[in-house]
Design a protein around this ligand. Structure first.
Ligand code: PMP
Length: 378
């Protein structure tokens, strides 16, 4: 027992010594440049009203799913919502998971078989990497957004090949070269899997995500759609061929061995999907504000902000490393801005940054204020 405690204490002390100890914080009342609520749906009174009205309609359903969907936990609202999701993202079928983390783990641990090969972008989310660690297939990382490096790694390919990417990267904020990846996958008969977590809501005529925005839904094998970000809710879905849905229902342990989502979560998603097409102005506003912040920050000596055109901005300092970055984040919080540092091991050593998220509900004054505070604080 004391050994267990000692090991944990030692590991925490290691983190603290590196300056990377994580703690849970609550920051009430600060200007939000941190959350993934890109379009403001998590705080939308309209969405709240939609949900309130819809709850009546589904009051005959149990509050909780009461079991795995393969046992007592399924009901028609699941199936109805999954049809809506499949149609929205232009796929044949959809299957809900309890979170984006579980969707990626559930998909990537089950789909690639022993003898198959998966190539994933090294900047891919932890849930994709964790899914691949549970898989019997071999997997290889390729350099971030580097199709050339991917091509070189193809020499390791055996069996069915899968390529796994995010359409918009959660930390870098940049986009995968989806057209190029689609072409490569077509040439070699690989299946392309795209995590749309940070593109849903923001790209596409109705916020369908980048795959649909680029008209690539026929060529992408599966899209992972998550609901904790621009949709303001929780949960996720895998969208792809009907046979993929059938397969996951039979083989995806993260789907099978867990209680289904509660009814209120399904109702929320139904309502969020009803609102999403109407949020064109919000999509444009978030992007325009982000563009302004990008331009302002790149005028500050010692600061580098990337990428242009994304609502996820990485703000890196030319010198000072983790300590200076943490001090700057603290200063910004004292100035009233909720901006957090992203530190190793979430990002590689030397790639620590402030991750600044611009939302539709931020104002031009807030953008100017943040830029001024950063210039003052470095
Ligand atoms: N994929 C990506 C790219 C993500 O950024 C995240 C969340 N950070 C997830 C999946 C996990 O989604 P969820 O929060 O719904 O578990």
């Amino acid at each position: 027992m004391s050994n267990v405690l000692h090991t944990m204490q030692q590991k925490l002390a290691d983190r603290a010594a590196q300056g990377n100890l994580r703690q849970l914080n609550t920051t009430a009342g600060l200007t939000d440049f941190c959350s993934n609520d890109y379009l403001g749906l998590a705080r939308s009174e309209t969405l709240r009203a939609y949900i309130k009205a819809a709850e009546q309609k589904y009051s005959h359903l149990p509050l909780g799913a009461t079991g795995s969907r393969l046992l007592s936990g399924n009901h028609p609202l699941f199936e109805e919502l999954e049809q809506t999701i499949a149609q929205y993202h232009l796929g044949e079928a959809a299957l809900l998971f309890n979170s984006g983390y579980m969707a990626n783990v559930g998909l990537l641990s089950a789909l690639p078989q022993r003898g198959d090969t998966v190539f994933y972008d090294e900047a891919s989310h932890a849930s994709m990497k964790d899914g691949l660690r549970l898989s019997f297939a071999k997997s290889y990382g390729f350099r971030h957004n580097n199709v050339q490096d991917l091509r070189q790694k193809l020499k390791f390919a055996t069996g069915q090949v899968y390529v796994v990417v995010e359409s918009v990267y959660s930390m870098e904020g940049d986009m995968a070269p989806l057209q190029e990846l689609v072409k490569l996958c077509q040439d070699i008969g690989a299946a392309l899997i795209v995590d749309e977590a940070h593109a849903v809501g923001l790209y596409g005529e109705k916020g369908e995500g980048l795959t649909v925005a680029l008209g690539l839904e026929q060529q992408v094998f599966a899209q992972v759609i998550t609901y904790g970000k621009a949709m303001g809710a929780h949960g996720a879905a895998v969208v792809g061929p009907q046979v993929l849905r059938d397969f996951l229902i039979n083989y995806s342990r993260a789907f099978i061995y867990t209680t289904g989502l509660p009814t209120h979560a399904l109702v929320t998603l139904k309502c969020a999907y009803a609102l999403l097409p109407q949020l064109h102005a919000e999509r444009e506003k978030a992007k325009a504000l982000a563009k302004r912040l990008y331009a302002r920050l790149n005028h500050i000596a010692g600061v580098r902000c990337t990428p242009d055109g994304s609502v996820i901005l990485s703000v890196m300092l030319e010198e000072g490393g983790t300590a200076k970055l943490k001090a700057l984040a603290l200063f910004l919080q004292e100035e009233g801005f909720d901006v957090r540092p992203v530190l190793p091991p979430t990002v590689p050593e030397g790639r620590e940054r402030l991750r600044v998220i611009v939302h539709a509900y931020n104002t031009m004054e807030e953008i100017e204020g943040l830029a001024k505070a950063i210039a003052k604080g470095i």
